[in-house]
Design a protein around this ligand. Sequence first.
Ligand code: GAL
Length: 596
Amino acid sequence: MYLGVDYYPEHWEIDMIDEDIKGMKNMGVNIVRIGEFAWHLMEKKEGEFDFSFFDMVIEKLKSQDIQVMFGTPTATFPAWLVKKHPSILSKDENLQSRVFGGRRQYCYNSEVYKEYSSKIVTKLIHHYRDEKAIISWQIDNEFGHEGSDMCFCENCQEKFQMFLSEKYKDIEEINKVYGTIFWGQTYNDFSEIPTPLKTITTHNPSLQLDWARFKSHSLNNFSKEQIKLVRGLKGGHQTITTNVAGGFFNKWFDHEENVKDLDFVSYDNYPVWGGLKEPLPRAEIAMNLDFIRGLQDKNFWIVEQLMGAQGHTVIGYLPRPNQAKMWSYQAFAHGCTNMLYFRWRGMTRGAEQFCFGILDHDNRCGRKYNEVKSFIDEISDNEEVFDSEIKSEIAVLYDYDNIWSWKFQPQSIGFDFNKELMRLYTPFYNLNTNIDVIPAARDFTKYKILLIPALQIIDRELGSRLESFADQGGVIVFTFRAGIKDKSNNINFKEIIPCSVRTMAGIEISEIESLQPGQEVDIVGQGPFKGRIGKCEVWRDLILATDAKTLYKYNDKIYGNKACITVNKDGDGEVYYIGGGINIDIIQEIAEDIVV
Ligand code: GAL
């Protein structure tokens, strides 16, 4: 089991390194991650490669039997590179170029950036391929984080048009699928197609979804090329990973695709960041870990585990004594097998002065040091337990096309996909169940219960897989807007909502209402839930229960005859449909019925 810290020896006086490593060793550390932002240190001038600083650091670590994860440095490029090639910079939706400073400002479609990245990475791996102490390579740092997955530059526009022409072949086809007859947007040629920059009102929804897919493809292309490069050069004893940042459902890339070629997934676990006055609810921290485990359907590493308060310009909640240690245990309980803490010591200069580490700026081994030390002591004895596979009978299904589709058209100002997912996940989490969070395209036949929040894009193929899942005894819980759209982000025609899942749900929906922030409607329990009352926010589907049983109805004069929550026996299974943003207490009782 590897337990360690993220260390930036280049930030400090050289004569502090021995002392630092002694402190780490004393804490029980057996791995250190280094290098991921140090391109300039390794290539001060173009073509002049020098790894002597890290050679020295690695020798010192080796003398204490500490191993190394080395980060390829492409997340922060040197100033000389952008001076020579400003075209590597990404542009925002106002076509404003991001400037040097900050980090991750490169465009994934820049051939120049790819060339320079390949050069430094090739030299680096070549230099260290036989270094026994380096046991793993981390590719880049947090792909797509902090808005870096979105670039609208001219190069991206040209590649987007190529992407579309490869996908649709014929301009008439794209006109048909997008429905460009609407607002007279018909194209004669792929070169006329815009990127969805700022315009008056909104772009075509199919175009927007293709744009999101293209962005995802661009990022994943870059990362896959990097992984392939490292794989071809590295030593046989070295593995490859990348560190996935939180906030998955706000990102513009498909995470499963991103990690496909890695040996294992790594995660950066920050239960509190920036100006939050409280940490994320424990269910949400757990869901994030389950999402990470779900990416390759196997256990994972954490290469940045929070110890102190964090933030670039503002900070918030201070993790209480032993709280960060508790979060470490929670991570291991959800499939983490190896853990590195961010970071050894807080930095006095640069953008992360307020990202506190194990040691603070006073450089004393205090409360946090002792906490990590005690954690390392305790956890090391239980390696076998934590290496074992986690088996779940419940899965949450998500799909990036669907998430992006919601981003472009939230339909209600109050809609937030993460919130809707947590509304379903939390009640099952509260029952102490193991839950996998997986893409909807994955084979889900091994599960007993599927939780499907706000999946508005459901094609025939997925519809029929869900149907047979229920037929064979599975339980499915859908929430509102299920199945209203097709893969092109268009609304299904001549179909009754919830379209391809309507028969299994045993319902029909002909009217809907978007509820605005602060607006709630009352719902009342029926049958087994008689006497219960609850609230519905964000959205409401006005359901006619054709075959299904009504569990809750709306409690208002006009729509009091319409159901809000239903359940239908379908084959040997059961299909629940929750027509709005219902308060968790109500869903909790339903979850208890399902799980028992
Ligand atoms: C992570 C990032 C680190 C550091 C840290 C600060 O997202 O990978 O480089 O910025 O946040 O909390």
